[in-house]
Structure formats: structure tokens, C-alpha cells
Design a protein around this ligand. Structure first.
Ligand SMILES: [Zn+2]
Length: 573
């Protein structure tokens, strides 16, 4: 049993939501808003690797920028050329997203890795240059009907996030992220006369608990030292980037890139409330979770069976989701493969030019697969219906986490006899996500905001944060932050999981009262306009402002009532 508990703890620790295609370091939201309404008839394997010469395209946009700056071109002609270049940008973005998927299938393939790294820096560079052109053109009276007040504001915000002088820093950042990705996928230790990967340590049934612990501790310590060194350099590069662009801190810059309407200081107040009101409930649910996880452990969710059940459940809840689901399978716009050299984790990305979303995960037959699939499919459906990338993170994670929790109403279909245990686990993980989102954000604010920070400082701070948020009860210690890829790949991302989880949990509470009302609220979020703000979207769905600490307090009171009234969870509380 001790061994099963430690496996469960490790599984919990490794749970890290979904990593999105890490290309959001420079937001150029206005460039993404032209929706693509056609979905390609091609399959993923038919899509070309790279259809555009990235450096030639950058030169073309540079040349357009020079002509616009020196007024050698009439405004209307410049706008016409800009529209063509934005089309090319979409193609380049699509090339980069395709290259990323192919790289993720085997992160040890250095040709794929180089192709993706080159394209992702090119996309960010090109996005910055196009925004510079827009910045000049939007002030021209001849184009006042092209740029309304909202567009001008969006472009001005985006232009503050990039300057050509940060390109070498972006390149260094991308190389360091690549170094971490390779390390994470291939790291092993020498122990007792042989090499051990993490997976080998976790899955060797012949090890006693003590032997397992020794190996796992040695693994975690060695991985922390190597990944930690990469992160220290990333902190320096990112702080330089924020300083060059005139931001007071990297946290402020990261929040601006994520297009958030709230500041790191607002997030700190929100996090304090989560710590006060959500952590006690989380701790109280822990015995019920272990009980449920013990029952779910070992249940097999094969790909074929799960695919049918998820499709049926989705169709029962929101029949319109059948269209993107069928599209995904018919055009092979997914990859559920398994291999030792794959990028761990799950994500959904969007091939803008083809109007095709793509879902990436690694199938492992555990009870978590239906939830993983539902989470990613929430993103998939949003890309499919909106036809646009560039949603703010906090909203995108309501699409996914909202669908996961809404689906608890269809757990009969998804989990059969295990539905009560699965619901306990789902709610526990929802609370975990809310709390962990705040904890990781607090850690990142500390990391970027502490002058001369060392690895020992980082480990000590993470240990303190984990115990303050109750995460030490799940086995997190001061070293385990290096296991979270977002900290390296998508900085300042995590708080979005927490903020969007507040809205997703409100949907859950609503669904316990009335499934049709909860479905209507979710539908209103999923089918929001492109570029809609978080506050407007949740208000239109009848939900509360998720960043408001009072919402957290109210929600925890509602959840406490629900949890103590659910048979499954009451007996252990
Ligand atoms: Zn997600």
C-alpha cells in the first residue's frame, strides 16, 4: 500500500495541467483575430514541414517597415501590403506549430528541434515587426475605418512587448528551454551500478519501498541541480528582457504578455484568499481522495473504450461538440502515441492557415485519461469554432477546465461503477489546480523578483510555499518545482489555471443544481467573440469575477456544502 500511495503522490505531483504550444512570450493579439472559417480536408501527415522562408519574410516586413517609417508609401497601399504580410505570418505560425508537434514526438531529434526553435523565434520576431508597422498605420487618418479604438488599444499594448533589441535574448531563451526539454526527457542517474530513468524507478515492482525512496530521492536531487542551473540562467535572460522593454519587473511583463487585466499584486491578494479559504477544504478532502484514488488505481481506460465514452458523454452534454470531435479523428489531427523520447504532458495547438486544431497527449490507460482528453478537447473545440488563436490564457483555461468539470454530470457514461470515486478525484484535483496555480505564481514572482537569487534560495522558497499551501501533503518538497515544464517553457502562466478554475468550479456548483443552466453558461463562454475580455465573458455567462477574493470565499462555502452533502466524500470527512 505504501508503494501505491507513493505512486499516487508522484502522479499528483506530476499533474501539471496542459502545456500550450509555448509561443506566447510575445503577444500580438490583433494579428490573430481574423478567424479562419474553413477546416482543411487534409490529414496531419499530409501537411508540409515548412512552406515559407522565414528569414526572407522577416526581410520583406523590415523593408515594408522602412517604407512606412519614411512615408515612401501611401497609407492604403501600405495597409494592403500589410494584410498580405499578416497572411504570411499566419503561414509561418502554422509552420512553427507543425514543427513543434513533430519535435514533440521525439525530442531527441536534433533536426526537428532546430527547425522548431528557428521557426518559433522567427514568429516572435515577425509578430513584433508587424505590430510596429500597425502602430504607425493606425495613426493615419486615411485608415481610421480599419483601426477602431479597441484595435488601437490592442496594438499599442502589443507594441510595448517587443523590440528588435530583445531578439538575441529570445534566441537564448529558446535555446535554454530546449536544453531543459531534452534534459527532462532523457535524464537518468547512476545508482547501484546501473542507470535509472524516472520511469524505471517508478515502475520497478521488485523494489522495496525503502529502495524505491532512495533511488527516487537521488533522482530528484540530481535533476534539481541540473535543471536548476538552466533556470537560473533563464531568470537572468528574462529579467534582461523586461528591463530592456522598460517593465518594472519580469512578472509585470509576463502578465502583459498573457493579456491579463489584473496585476501581479492583484494575483497576490487572490492567492492569499485561496490560501485562507481553499487550503483547509483541500486538506479535509485528502483522505477521501486517497480512498477514491485507491479504487481508481489499476482501472484500465483503453484508448478505444475511452474515445467512445467521451464522444457519447460530450454528445449528451453539448451535441455541437460532435462536429470538432469527428473532424479530429477523420483528419488525424491528434497524436496519442507512446514513446520514451516524447515530450511528456499534453497540449492542444492550432494550425491557423488550415483552420485545424491539433491535440497531443501520451496514452497511459489510467483513469486520468478521460479528464485529460476532456481538458484538451475544450481547447480543441474553442479553436475549431472560433477559427482564431490568441485567446487570453485565463479564458482558454475555462474552455478546458470548465468542460472537465461540466462532464461530471456525465460520469455515469464515462466511469460507470467508478463514477463516485472519479468525481471525488476530479473535485480534489480542481482544488489542487486552484491552489497550485497560486503557489507556482508566488514562486515565480519570488524567483524573478529576488536580486542575486541562488538555487538554494529557490529550493528553500519553494519548500516554504508548498507547506504554506498544503502541497507538501502531496509529496511536493523544495526541489520539485523543476518538474513543472511551464516554469521553463511558459513563464508566469500558472496563475491562469487558478483564476480560470474559479469559473470552472462555479460551473460545477451550477451543474449540481441544474445541468441545463451550467451547459448554457459554458456554451456562452465557448462561443464568445474573438478578443473578448475575461470579465465581460464571465459576466455574460452569469458567473462572478474570478479574480475577486470575495468570489473565492463564496465559492469555497458553496463547495464545502456540496462536498459534505455528497455521500462519497462525506464518509471520510
Ligand atoms: Zn489547458
Amino acid at each position: 500500500m505504501k508503494r501505491i500511495v507513493s505512486l499516487l503522490l508522484t502522479a499528483a505531483l506530476l499533474f501539471s495541467g496542459c502545456a500550450r504550444f509555448p509561443l506566447s512570450a510575445v503577444a500580438s493579439a490583433y494579428l490573430y483575430q481574423k478567424p479562419q472559417s474553413n477546416h482543411t480536408d487534409l490529414c496531419f501527415s499530409d501537411l508540409a514541414d515548412a512552406s515559407l522562408d522565414a528569414e526572407a519574410e522577416i526581410a520583406r516586413v523590415n523593408e515594408l517597415l522602412v517604407r512606412v517609417q519614411s512615408e515612401q508609401i501611401a497609407a492604403r497601399q501600405a495597409q494592403y501590403e500589410l494584410d498580405e504580410r499578416i497572411e504570411a505570418y499566419r503561414t509561418l505560425r502554422t509552420d512553427a506549430a507543425i514543427a513543434y508537434v513533430r519535435y514533440c514526438r521525439d525530442v531527441t531529434d536534433s533536426t526537428r528541434k532546430q527547425a522548431y526553435e528557428m521557426l518559433s523565434v522567427a514568429v516572435e520576431t515577425l509578430g513584433g515587426l508587424l505590430t510596429d508597422v500597425q502602430c504607425i498605420l493606425m495613426r493615419d487618418p486615411a485608415l481610421s475605418e480599419v483601426y477602431d479604438a479597441k484595435a488601437r488599444e490592442t496594438i499599442a499594448r502589443a507594441s510595448a512587448l517587443y523590440d528588435p533589441s530583445i531578439r538575441p535574448l529570445l534566441e537564448r531563451e529558446r535555446a535554454l528551454i530546449g536544453a531543459y526539454e531534452t534534459l527532462r526527457s532523457t535524464f537518468s542517474i547512476e545508482y547501484g551500478g546501473r542507470r535509472w530513468t524516472e520511469q524505471e524507478i517508478l515502475s520497478d515492482e521488485t523494489l522495496s519501498y525503502a529502495a524505491f525512496r532512495e533511488r527516487y530521492d537521488a533522482y530528484c536531487g540530481a535533476f534539481n541541480a541540473e535543471a536548476g542551473a538552466i533556470y537560473l540562467e533563464l531568470i537572468g535572460v528574462r529579467n534582461d528582457m523586461a528591463r530592456t522593454l522598460g517593465f518594472p519587473s519580469y512578472a509585470e511583463y509576463g502578465y502583459a504578455c498573457a493579456d491579463r487585466a489584473y496585476s501581479p499584486a492583484d494575483a497576490a491578494l487572490f492567492s492569499e484568499r485561496v490560501q485562507r479559504d481553499a487550503v483547509p477544504l483541500f486538506k479535509a478532502m485528502l483522505p477521501a481522495y486517497f480512498d477514491a484514488a485507491g479504487r481508481l488505481y489499476g482501472a484500465v481506460f483503453s484508448e478505444e473504450l475511452t474515445e467512445k465514452r467521451v464522444q457519447t458523454a460530450l454528445f449528451e452534454l453539448l451535441p455541437e461538440l460532435d462536429e470538432p470531435w469527428t473532424y479530429m479523428y477523420a483528419h488525424e489531427m491528434y497524436d496519442f502515441g507512446v514513446s520514451e523520447t516524447r515530450m511528456p504532458g499534453s497540449f492542444t495547438t492550432y494550425f491557423d492557415r488550415y483552420g485545424a486544431p491539433f491535440l497531443f497527449t501520451s496514452w497511459n490507460d489510467t483513469y486520468e485519461m478521460p479528464a485529460t482528453l476532456l481538458h484538451e478537447f475544450g481547447h480543441y473545440a474553442r479553436y475549431y469554432f472560433s477559427g482564431a488563436a490568441g485567446d487570453p490564457l485565463d479564458l482558454a483555461e475555462i474552455d478546458s477546465q470548465g468542460l472537465e468539470l461540466l462532464a461530471t454530470a456525465a460520469y455515469d457514461e464515462l466511469y460507470g461503477a467508478l463514477k463516485d470515486a472519479a468525481k471525488t478525484a476530479a473535485l480534489f484535483f480542481a482544488l489542487y489546480t486552484l491552489i497550485d496555480g497560486c503557489a507556482e505564481d508566488a514562486f515565480e514572482r519570488y524567483a524573478y523578483g529576488t536580486e542575486g537569487v541562488t538555487l538554494d534560495d529557490l529550493n528553500a522558497a519553494y519548500g516554504q510555499i508548498c507547506s504554506a499551501y498544503g502541497l507538501d501533503l502531496l509529496g511536493s518538497d523544495g526541489r520539485s518545482w523543476v518538474q513543472i515544464p511551464h516554469t521553463f517553457q511558459s513563464p508566469m502562466y500558472y496563475v491562469s489555471y487558478a483564476v480560470s478554475m474559479v469559473a470552472a468550479l462555479e460551473l460545477f456548483v451550477l451543474s449540481e443544481r441544474s445541468v441545463p443552466d451550467a451547459v448554457a453558461a459554458y456554451r456562452s463562454i465557448l462561443f464568445r467573440d474573438a478578443g473578448a475580455a475575461l470579465s465581460d465573458t464571465v459576466r455574460a455567462a452569469g458567473l462572478s469575477d474570478p479574480i475577486d477574493p470575495e468570489t473565492v470565499t463564496r465559492l469555497m462555502r458553496d463547495l464545502d456544502e456540496r462536498i459534505t452533502s455528497l455521500d462519497e466524500m462525506r464518509k471520510d470527512l
